[in-house]
Design a protein around this ligand. Structure first.
Ligand SMILES: [Zn+2]
Length: 159
């Protein structure tokens, strides 16, 4: 297959949600999914949040005040308030996006996206499906994971 044809084939792939989140869902803590229309989301979110959460956009690096957030607390989905991370999971990756080395078990789903040439693992809120960021395998111990999150997709609630 010629390269161009191959890329076109990649681009035309349907959005393939993996079974990861569904697997978590079956473990007795199934969350009721929040489904809203595009209009309802536009009313609920700022244009920037809509772009990230509902259109899988990415904010510019070093723009989120959450980069420097070091207080104890909870990081909740800006779309539906579902708990996604706690402050104990956060670390400074130096990338300019709030970063975490793990997630609240079962509260996040993943899929593979092909927006760049190489496939990346996209992740989203398990309740509302709102896009949060991408996960990479160059994080710190003990998980080795770097959950690279858009600050605008999160609300921080200090405890
Ligand atoms: Zn959500």
């Amino acid at each position: 297959m010629k390269r161009r044809t191959f890329l076109q084939a990649l681009a035309s792939l349907p959005f393939a949600y993996s079974t990861v989140s569904q697997a978590h869902h079956t473990e007795g803590n199934k969350v009721e999914e929040l489904k809203l229309s595009e209009l309802e989301w536009r009313k609920r979110l700022t244009p920037e949040q809509f772009y990230i959460l509902r259109e899988e956009g990415t904010e510019r690096s070093f723009t989120s005040p959450l980069n420097d957030e070091k207080r104890k607390g909870e990081y909740r989905c800006a779309g539906c308030d579902y708990l996604l991370f706690t402050s104990d999971m956060k670390y400074d990756s130096g990338t300019g996006w709030p970063s975490f080395f793990t997630v609240v078990e079962g509260h996040i789903g993943t899929s593979t996206d092909f927006k760049l040439i190489y496939p990346r693992t996209e992740y989203h809120c398990a309740r509302c499906g709102g896009h949060q960021g991408h996960v990479f395998n160059d994080g710190p111990k003990p998980t080795g994971e770097r959950w690279c999150n858009n600050g605008l997709a999160l609300n921080f609630v200090p405890t």
